[in-house]
Every structure is written in C-alpha cells, then in structure tokens.
Design a protein around this ligand. Structure first.
Ligand code: FRU
Length: 468
C-alpha cells in the first residue's frame, strides 16, 4: 500500500453518517442506497457461489465525486441485501484518484473484480489502468494490479471494463474517447485475464453509420439476449431531442449481430433505456436461472444531483430496483424482477371514477392501472400526465423552480408503478418503457388520481427491507 490509509476516516464517516441517513424520511426502505456519502454506478454485479453480489461506486467520505471506493452488498434473492466488507479503496499509485467502475467474474471459483484505476496528474492530464482484484476467504479483496495500460489512440478517458467468458476466452468491453474526442466502445480478448489484446472498436462515432454520437461512451455492457445481442452504454454529449436525451447524459441500448470471429457488432439505432429524470450507468448479469437482470444508478452526474436535499443528511443517490430484460419485436423490455413480488403486502383492488379513487400512501407502494388513464399526482412534487403522444412526467427544477418534463412516446395501455419514499419507477405496457425518478416529497406522501374517467386499480403496500 503506497498511499496513507483512510480507513479511520471511513470508519468515522460511517459511524457518524449512518444514523443520520437512516433517520431521513427520504431514505429508501427497499432499494439499496449508501449508508453515508455518495453512491453512483452499480459495479461487479454477479451471481456467484449461490448469492448475488452487487458492488457500487462509493465515496464514504462525502457527497461528492471524490475518493471512489467499491462498496459491496450481497443477496440471496435480489430483494434483501447484506453489507459485505468494503472491496476496494484508492490506495495504490495506479488507482490513486479512484477505483472506478467495472465488473466481476468467476475465474475458476475465484471471485475476481475488473476495475479502472483512475489517475489524475497535476497538469490536468489523466490516465487509466484496467486492474484486477481477487477475493480472499474473509470476503476482503487483494489487488493484483494493472493488466492493461491506456491503449494507443485514446485519451485518458478509457474505463469501465465489463468482462465475460465466451467459449473459453475472456472478452472485455471498455468505454473510451479517441484522440479526436469521440466516444467509442473497445473490445479486448484474453486467455487468462492478465494478458489482453485489442480486437478494435465495436461501437461509437463513425461505426455503423453513427455520426455525432458524443465525446465519451461510458459503462458499456454487451450480452446475448433472446436471439440477438444488446449493447448498453452511456454516450456523453448526445444532442438533446424534443422528447429524449433530456438528462445531462443518457443510457442507451442498441441491438444487432455480434460476431466474435470478426470482432464486429452490426447494430441498429440507439434507443433511450429509461425515459425518467434519474437513470445512468446500468449493469447487467445473469441470474442463476438464465434471466438477464439489470440494475441502474437512479442518478445522473453533472445535473442537479448536488442540489438534492438528502445531501444535508450526508447521503446521496440510490439504485433502481432489479429488472428482468427481454428482447421482443425489436424492443428491449424491462420488468421488475419477479422476486420483488415478495415485498407485496395484502392486495387491494378498486374500480370506479378516478375522482373517487382512494388516496394511496406512497411510502412503500406498488400499483397497477389499466386503461383508460388519468393523471397521477405524487404528493404534489411529481406528476405523471397522459397526453395524445404518450406520457409526460413533470417536476420542478431544484435549481430554478421551473417545471421540467420527461416524455415517453407511444400508446399507453397499462402502468405499473413502484414507489419507495423518494423514488418512483414507472413501467409502461408491461415493460415497453420505463421512467425512473427521484422526488423529495413531504412525508407522509400521498398518490392521487385525477381525471374524468373510470379506472381499474390494483395496489399493494410493500414491506421494507433495509440492508442488514
Ligand atoms: C459513470 C462513471 C464511470 C466511472 C465512474 C466513476 O457514472 O463516470 O465512467 O467509472 O462513474 O465514479
């Protein structure tokens, strides 16, 4: 260990911070969130030795994007999570400015982390190393050091290794920026996770006819799904459009044919993965039974994140719920992982005129609405409105107070909405679209239905399931 240990400071931060965070009425009761400090990307999501492991970008020392460690939770069922020993701290020269995002693999029974060591220089320059760490018997991790330096032809923005094995060979996709400052996804291959060779660029500016595709692509994830291949990633610098790409940075998916021999991915258009206000840097893994499960960060960098009121309580951000992915009719469908149904308490049904509908407690709630629809008001702090083109989600800017809007365009038949204190996840038409958003209501927060039509409503209060 080259750099001075920050363990005492981390321990103090957790001891002081956790009680304050848990006492905050906005602290989630069934979504994973940091016990103190700032959490961002899900990392190292894997089903290994009978449990799910979810690591996360975590600055325990403050609500800012400095000092990125890897926190670690595990779960038997994707519903209840347990704290595991913190996995990585930036304590080596090669990761001194952050143990940045990455993935986990099962290397012959050894849980192995692949992450980016981020290094910034005094002159403003930076570099990045792709690094390994292996799990010890006591659940701690030992770093194995860098295995891939910055590839030639790219700036210091090369990061977020997602590694998987295919027919005996390891593959890695990396987010990158080329020297002309254009976003790319790079592919590497290896026999042993240590020696990697470049297979070239598989997506980004100038590939598959993509022009103006932004200056940096972060957090790529490439996987086979229902007879196709899907690439998920986060292109920074995509132009805003009237109804999409309205957040500072979006998360997108594209599907097509991936050819391992030719190391090429011929894909179709980009689609926004989630149309809400907060969603970024998602990562997927395979469940034990083969389902492809996605978890995202319910936050977005560089927007209004630093104005969220939970910062005053010393914590910031939460994960989305785990979602099952399917590919059908040229679309990527997302539904809440079926395990989440375990959270449901008794079921209620209601049918009648919207104006007479029960007012629901939004603290921990799931509800379903079938057509025809009405507007849904979440504690006066977030509104979901149906219009001719689809859905509009509205809330006030934390900075200016003006109304901000996000859109999902298409015909709406059905809504399934999950609420947890300061978040809502809106699943449209059994997963054709999703809108994930944070909001900061006064509690107890109420959901009200407004409109002049009849509605059919099914709802459940959800039980809490805090990380233990
Ligand atoms: C995405 C990201 C990654 C990086 C990490 C740092 O949110 O910027 O590209 O590895 O966060 O925390």
């Amino acid at each position: 260990m080259l750099l001075p240990s920050r363990w005492p400071a981390v321990l103090q931060a957790v001891m002081k911070g956790q009680p304050r965070a848990l006492a905050d009425s906005h602290y989630p009761q069934w979504h994973p969130a940091p016990v103190t400090g700032l959490m961002n990307d899900p990392n190292g999501f894997i089903f290994f030795a009978g449990r799910y492991h979810l690591f996360y970008q975590w600055n325990p020392l403050g609500c800012d994007h400095r000092y990125k460690c890897w926190g670690h939770w595990s779960s038997a069922d994707l519903v209840c999570w347990a704290h595991e020993p913190m996995a990585l701290m930036p304590d080596e020269e090669y990761d001194r400015n952050g143990c940045y995002s990455g993935s986990a693999v099962d290397n012959n029974g050894v849980l192995t982390l692949c992450y980016t060591g981020n290094v910034k220089f005094d002159d403003g320059g930076r570099t990045a190393w792709q690094c390994l760490a292996v799990e010890n018997e006591d659940g701690s991790f030992t770093k194995r050091g860098p295995v891939l330096p910055l590839p030639e032809g790219y700036t210091g923005h090369v990061r977020d290794p997602k590694v998987w094995k295919h027919e005996g060979t390891w593959y890695m996709v990396l987010g990158a920026q080329d020297l002309q400052k254009r976003g790319k996804v790079l592919l590497f291959a290896s026999d042993d996770l240590h020696r990697w060779h470049s297979c070239g660029e598989i997506a980004g500016h100038g590939i598959n006819g993509l022009a103006q595709a932004g200056y940096m692509w972060e957090c790529p994830d490439l996987f086979a799904l229902d007879g196709t291949h899907v690439l998920i990633c986060c292109p920074q610098g995509l132009a805003r459009e009237p109804h999409r790409y309205l957040n500072t940075y979006p998360a997108v998916w594209m599907s097509g044919a991936f050819d391992y021999q030719a190391a090429s991915f011929s894909h179709g258009e980009l689609h926004e993965l989630d149309a809400g206000f907060e969603f970024y840097a998602p990562q997927t893994t395979l469940a034990e039974d083969g389902r492809r499960i996605l978890i995202g960060w319910m936050g977005v960098p560089d927007g209004e994140e630093m104005l969220q009121p939970t910062r005053a309580r010393g914590w910031l951000h939460q994960m989305t719920c785990p979602r099952e992915l399917r590919y059908r009719d040229g679309k990527l469908w997302q539904t809440p992982a079926r395990e989440l149904e375990q959270l449901r308490e008794s079921e209620h049904q209601w049918r009648g005129h919207a104006s007479a509908a029960p007012v629901l407690d939004a603290t921990r709630l799931e509800f379903e609405l079938s057509a025809p629809f009405v507007n849904v008001d979440f504690a006066g702090a977030l509104r979901l409105c149906l219009d001719d083109g689809g859905l509009r989600l509205e809330r006030a800017s934390l900075q200016t107070g003006e109304t901000l809007t996000r859109y999902w365009r298409g015909e709406v038949h059905r809504l399934r909405i999950l609420c947890d204190r300061s978040s809502v996840e809106i699943f449209i038409n059994n997963g054709e679209g999703v809108m994930s958003s944070r909001y900061f209501p006064d509690h107890p927060a109420r959901v009200r239905f407004e409109g002049a039509s009849d509605i059919t409503l099914r709802y459940w209060s959800l039980r809490g399931c805090m990380i233990e």
